[in-house]
Design a protein around this ligand. Structure first.
Ligand code: 5GP
Length: 194
């Protein structure tokens, strides 16, 4: 098991409805040393990609993107959830359905902060059905930027997001892939990775 899988086994809580709670170290209280390690690991995996910016979505992606951007020495940009009333022509927009809250949000990034010269690393905390990532990819495409890689902290491999994003040809790296979790026994099964 890698450092993250060990932490998930120790402190993750398997809930009903395919939800894994990691709010003691990632989603509410944050273990900043763990975030630093996550930053270093994504840097190691994407070091040869000449990343110019790290892109994520608020709120839980922000700390992760910060740690990753710190390692690359580049800015990070987070897509904001916005009321459609605020949206004007200066924004790239996408619609994202939230897995955890089951609602739809317009997400926006100012055109000032992404361009066709950007080589992006997209990061997020979880990958479930892939809606958040599809929104970020769509915003990157609108900007004419290149998505050089996607880094996910916890992928739920039994949901379809990972497969569909890989099928689209993106270089997706997940630090932990959960292939199954049982809310009764609390058992978590990880996919073996290199
Ligand atoms: P997706 O868009 O891939 O369906 O879901 C990804 C988003 O939903 C992530 O940004 C994350 O915030 C949230 N999410 C999805 N599954 C889980 C989960 O099992 N636990 C937690 N804490 N968040 C999740």
């Amino acid at each position: 098991m890698n450092f993250l899988e060990e932490r998930i086994v120790k402190d993750g809580i398997v809930k009903e409805n395919n939800v894994l709670k990691v709010d003691s170290f990632l989603n509410h209280q944050m273990d900043v040393a763990l975030l630093d390690e996550i930053g270093r690991e994504f840097h190691r995996r994407f070091a040869d990609k000449n990343i110019t910016k790290v892109l994520t979505i608020e709120a839980s992606g922000i700390a992760i993107a910060y740690a990753v951007a710190r390692e690359f020495g580049v800015p990070m940009v987070f897509a904001k959830k916005a009321k459609s009333i605020n949206i004007d022509g200066d924004m790239y927009t996408a619609e994202v359905e939230s897995f955890t809250h089951k609602n739809k949000n317009q997400v926006i990034v100012s055109k000032k902060f992404l361009s066709e010269n950007d080589r992006l690393l997209i990061v997020d905390d979880f990958l479930a059905n892939g809606c958040a990532l599809q929104g970020l990819i769509s915003i990157s495409e609108s900007a004419g930027a290149t998505v050089e890689g996607i880094g996910i902290v916890i992928e739920k491999g039994f949901q379809f997001g990972g497969r569909s994003i890989r099928n689209l040809g993106y270089h997706l790296e997940s630090l932990a892939i959960v292939d199954g979790m049982d809310p009764v026994t609390k058992q978590i099964k990880f996919r073996k990775q290199e």
